[in-house]
Ligand binder design. Sequence first.
Ligand code: GLA
Length: 350
Amino acid sequence: MRRATGFAPGRINLIGEHTDYNDGLVMPIALRLGVTVAATSRDDATIRLTTDAPVTPQHGSYILGTERSDGTWLDRAKGVTAILAREGARIGGFGADVRSDLPVGAGLGSSAAFAIALLRAVSKLFDLAVDDAAAARIAHAAESEFGGARSGMLDQLASVYGRPSDALLIDMRDHDTEVIALPRTIEVAVIDSGTRHEHATGEYNRRRAECEQACVHLGVVSLRDVEARPLDEILERLPSPLDRRVRHVVTENARVRRAVDAVRAHDDAGLGEILDASHRSLRDDYQVSTPELDQLVQLATGAGAFGARMVGGGFGGSIIALTRRGEGRKLATRVLEGYRGDGNLVAVVP
Ligand code: GLA
């Protein structure tokens, strides 16, 4: 019997939301929180999973080669083992104990972190030598083929390459990455709204489909290809709501570039304004925010944050609020006092 452990972190995304599947720019920061998988080999072909996370069911099993989606978190493991087998990896059965100090479904990349932690453990257990790039690719395939969400690769790349004290600028066109050191004057409070929208996956996929329709209208492969043209001309050619969706994606990529400049110039207030603008765009043009997220963002700016916005796919989940270093915790307390829901401070980054 062999044992192996794998860990993978969750992430926030400082800026660049819903740009990843449009070949755009993202700027994640890895959290110190994440998912740990402790795996033990078995001498049969059974995969037995167990977790203490607040998910249903907390235990499950299946036989290698019989992976079928059932709409639960177990799908992520099924996706991982099915894809490993398809790629010719030789694995046997194993038991996996899954622990997470990252809230599940809070828009912080828990699903990708689980798949990558599992891949890391399984890679060690069966000497597969899955490297970071392969782990991100396989975890992403597991998500899209067995998870139902046609997500981009932000979460997976952030989990394998992200750093806890710097932002990582990733160009999703070629996965080129650049470390953007965060000024020592700022920190980011991550606040979970405690809400999860039932139709989040369907709405997410619908946004992605709308971007694809817009590309057909504009005769381009991805929305990154329209950046050089005047935005007004592009928007005129699109029916509603495709025009708004495209306006979000194009302006969000521009905001990522401006955010990089603001970080480098140590312009903390300027960076905050860019986050605020991102939230407005996600709320009004991309329409993926919720009243709870809007309220948290409003409370954060009212409490003196440089800026705040929803983070991740939306339809529930978390916000990030940019504050002076050392003030994130205090700000979060004030925000949560005014919040009508059941939220909580997840982390202060870095
Ligand atoms: C979710 C997806 C990512 C990305 C974000 C929005 O987290 O998993 O691929 O699209 O939403 O930026």
